[in-house]
Design a binder for this molecule. Sequence first.
Ligand code: 6SD
Length: 233
Amino acid sequence: MLRFDLISIFPEYLAPLKLSLLGKAVDKGLITINIHDLRDQTMDVHHSVDDTPYGGGAGMVMSAAPWGDAIDQISNDLDQIDLIILTPAGKKFDQAMAAEFTKCKQLIFACGRYEGIDARVGKHYENKSNFKVHEVSIGDYVLGGGEVAAMVIIEATARLLPGVLGNPESLKEESHSIISSSDDLLVEYPNYTKPAVWRGLEVPEVLLSGNHGQIAKWRKEQAERRTDQLGKE
Ligand code: 6SD
């Protein structure tokens, strides 16, 4: 059972995690998703979580103390905790990283806001033997905070867990998981369903042929062509 914990000053932002595939996975007891409000760790009247940056500069930095308190509280008795700090400066998330995360017991997502989290938070947990710290980016663009990035990672990771997808066969055939002869990841071939003609556009004839060998060959060619095209835009 994989446990996901998220810490944010906007817990309502993470409500989509309760829907669809992930909500069902929680209902089936395959995962837990626990959402924590960082401000619950603050004792001052304004529940402040940020302060001005040492060295000057624009914006505010999230203070280390509430993060440390929240993470300590969530990470109880486990001997193996993976702390994911979302940042545009992190290692790029991909399908291979999602597959690695499925092997974890507890994943804690630190969803920052403002200019980010005091760098000592990551450093502190790196020095703890029961923690592994991952600074992760979902792509080369700047978001307003880590919440959406955390949801991307959780959705991509949870659906790889046994029992989460209704039809596990679809995992084998999908985009980024078909392995070509050269061991490269291929993107998916194009899909079609009824009707055979829609707005004058026909379904490729081979797919109507019933010749499964020909269909498999055509799909592989299409996947390879699309994969080649990816690098050229
Ligand atoms: C301040 C954050 C946390 C701001 C982010 C991650 C990616 N790939 N783009 N932007 C991000 C994460 C931005 O907190």
